[in-house]
Design a protein around this ligand. Structure first.
Ligand code: KIV
Length: 284
């Protein structure tokens, strides 16, 4: 039986009823079908696609057009999961009107249900404007990969009392600005738990401990498909990457030994067809 479309109200209800929310990234049609079949609540088309799909060194190079292209493919493969489109670096930071227009493209052109933006109090006015346009917004604080240069690297955030307090202020400001949920990335578990308890909107943790209202991982990380960056918070659920390499090696070996394609993978001719064919080519 196909499940019902997950809505923003379902996400709010899960927070109220203390039911953990599941979120995973997907960046293409086939992955979206598989993740949706696995009953994940939310699919994030994250700008992490810049690294795992496009081979960039980080997320800052990702463009609006690249995001829209991947979001469209994911939307075509999804029937039930709530869809989040990640706004790329510089698509919302420079100008509020431009931010609203770019957010609109995620819903209008790409079939997303909401957008995600990175940043704290400094982007509250932008969030307010996007929400006012009728577009739900998921916030993202803690380790924000788009500003990794400013943060001095991919490092845990909110470790000192002052920085933890600043994170709480950011979370409250984003909630007040209208975010319906918030990603907390690479934040000590006690800080993330406390922030989750202070908010009425759902928190989705990645490297933020079990006290968040939900969890998110990157598809390629949890399946062992990408090994260039392996943060402590990643749990690998299936070494699919190794399986792919073994399968491809086996295919190549069979081709070299002329064992593939076998008869069952080949279109045959009956004897009469073959005789007619040979006669035709002999008369050329
Ligand atoms: O782009 C992404 O995949 C993300 C998650 C790490 C939350 O923002």
């Amino acid at each position: 039986m196909s499940r019902k479309k997950v809505t923003i109200l379902d996400i709010q209800k899960r927070k109220q009823n203390n039911i953990p929310i599941t979120m995973l990234t997907a960046y293409d049609f086939t992955a979206a079908i598989l993740v949706d079949q696995a009953d994940i609540d939310i699919i994030l088309v994250g700008d992490s696609l810049g690294m795992v799909m496009l081979g960039y060194s980080g997320t800052t190079q990702v463009t609006m057009d690249e995001m829209i292209h991947h979001c469209k493919a994911v939307a075509r493969g999804t029937t039930a999961a709530f869809l989040v489109g990640d706004m790329p670096f510089m698509s919302y930071q420079a100008d509020v009107a431009e931010a609203v227009r770019n957010a609109g493209r995620f819903l209008k052109e790409a079939g997303m249900d909401c957008v995600k933006v990175e940043g704290g109090r400094e982007i509250a006015d932008t969030v307010r404007a996007i929400v006012r346009a009728g577009i739900p917004v998921m916030g993202h604080i803690g380790l924000t990969p788009q500003t990794v240069s400013q943060l001095g690297g991919y490092r845990i955030q909110g470790k000192t009392a002052a920085s933890a307090q600043a994170l709480l202020q950011d979370a409250l400001a984003l909630q007040e600005a209208g975010c319906f949920s918030l990603v907390l990335e690479a934040v000590p578990a006690p800080v993330a738990t406390y922030i989750s308890q202070q908010l009425t909107i759902a928190t989705i943790g990645i490297g933020a401990g079990v006290g968040c209202d939900g969890q998110v991982l990157v598809y390629h990380d949890m399946l062992g498909l990408y090994d260039r960056l392996q943060p402590r918070f990643v749990k690998e659920y299936g070494p699919i990457g190794e399986k792919i390499v073994t399968a491809v090696q086996t295919y190549a070996d069979e081709v070299r030994r002329r064992e593939f394609p076998a008869e069952e993978h080949t279109y045959p001719m009956n004897e009469a067809e073959e005789v007619a064919f040979l006669a035709a080519v002999a008369g050329r």
